[in-house]
Design a protein around this ligand. Structure first.
Ligand SMILES: *Cc1c(COP(=O)(O)O)cnc(C)c1O
Length: 407
């Protein structure tokens, strides 16, 4: 007898439900768990077979990429529950869990590439993914070229016979350009390339990649899915066609994630919708406040009606998260230090997506090669947390007063 896979309901049964219901129900089945609301956390490497026939059936199942509880690295009900919850919300066929968002990105790239292939990567991609392309992939004979996030139909001219992946991230890291993903996907697919997307900004709730032509969707679950800055995780959801290649490579790379971190992500996902709505609302209030400030050159937030990506965002996205950018007029370093050093509610640190607000000074100009960043002044990346919006604005206002005084 085959060991039972995850005991929760299959994806097909969950699909007709609305997202808010899925977030609560996906990946858990209290009836199969003594009535306990949350799924158990399995710590496992060895999984015993009771008979030779069962042992051999497992080997056969693994050969065909079937899901089952065979060995810790192939997944446990704890891991399957998160994979299924993310896949159900993101709308793909099946999902996998990784120890970090970057691990999810690297494994996805490696899965679909071989020596001699070419990747078209968006210029506003998450920095460390750019590094993976320029170092690791290059070492294995894969060439990457970068394209303007607003390239549109111009993508066609950049495709080569060897182009295997068109990599998108929308809105872009640091600069928040919104990409026309259905258009890019049409062009990529006509050429025989797949579309891989970093969908972390919108989370699986606010952008449905598989309805817009994406084949492989990546989440840094470290951000909004975990949501409390206390675990590192990544997920990848694939279309049915892309699934077997992704699954096999992920197994070959030995990717898995620790059960306690996976549990934290499962717990985070239950409240994702209410948290995101608040991040969205507060982020937009901060963005509007910044737009009116004389120190600010430009605010990059696709939910602002004045933003150049607003129309596309409105067409394709279901909401906005709490991460956005603002470019300041040029200031001396001492003045910028006066702004950030005295902030009390905004932390200065990598990552985002937790309950707390963050503010970072970033330098997009050093990280662009397809299209130069047009602003001379420094850029802020702000994550609006769950604090009171009035308190957050007051803290920023005091910071801007210090900036002006030290200018
Ligand atoms: C943080 C981040 C990642 C990487 O996730 P880690 O879990 O930190 O490895 C990938 N993409 C985006 C857009 C991110 O913000």
């Amino acid at each position: 007898m085959m060991p039972a896979a995850a005991s929760h309901k299959p994806l097909q049964e969950l699909r007709p439900m609305k997202d808010d219901t899925l977030l609560v129900t996906a990946g858990r089945d209290p009836k199969a768990n003594f009535g306990i609301v949350n799924p158990p956390v399995y710590h496992a490497s060895t999984v015993l077979a009771h008979t030779l026939a069962e042992w051999e059936a497992r080997a056969e199942a693994r050969k065909h990429g079937e899901r089952g509880v065979f060995y810790g690295r192939y997944g446990t009900p704890t891991i399957f529950a998160l994979e299924d919850a993310v896949a159900a919300i993101e709308g793909g066929y099946r999902g996998l869990v990784f120890p970090s968002g970057l691990a999810a990105i690297s494994a996805s790239l490696l899965a679909f590439l071989k020596t001699g292939d070419h990747v078209l990567m968006v210029d506003s991609v998450y920095g460390p993914a750019r590094r993976v392309s320029d170092t690791l992939l290059k070492r294995f004979g894969v060439e990457t070229s970068y394209y303007d996030p607003l390239v549109g139909a111009g993508l066609k001219a950049l495709l080569r016979p060897s182009t295997r992946i068109v990599y998108v991230e929308s809105p872009g890291s640091l600069t928040f350009e919104v990409q026309d993903i259905p258009q890019l996907a049409d062009i990529a697919h006509a050429h025989g390339a797949i579309v891989m997307m970093d969908n972390t900004w919108a989370s699986p709730l606010y952008f449905k990649p598989f309805e817009h032509g994406v084949d492989v969707a990546i989440q840094a679950a470290t951000k909004y899915i975990v949501g409390h800055s206390d675990a590192m995780l990544g997920t990848v959801t694939a279309s049915k066609a892309a699934w077997p290649v992704l699954e096999q490579t992920t197994r070959d790379l030995g990717q898995t994630a620790g059960p306690d971190d996976v549990y934290l992500a499962q717990r985070g996902i239950r409240t994702l919708s209410v948290r995101l709505r608040r991040h969205w609302e507060t982020g937009l209030m901060l963005a509007e406040w910044l737009r009116a400030r004389p120190e600010v050159e430009c605010v990059m937030h696709p939910a602002l009606p004045q933003d150049s990506g607003h129309a596309l965002w409105k067409r394709d996205f279901l909401g906005a998260s709490g991460l956005f950018g603002a470019t300041l007029k040029p200031y001396r370093k001492e003045a910028l230090a006066a702004l950030v050093d005295g902030l009390t509610l905004y932390g200065m640190g990598a990552s985002w997506g937790g309950y707390e607000s963050l503010l970072l000074l970033t330098k997009p100009n050093g990280m662009r090669s397809a299209k130069p960043w047009p602003y001379a002044g420094p850029t802020l990346r702000i994550h609006a947390g769950l604090e009171d919006a009035g308190d957050l604005i007051a803290d920023l206002k005091a910071g801007f007063d210090r900036l002006t005084k030290a200018a």
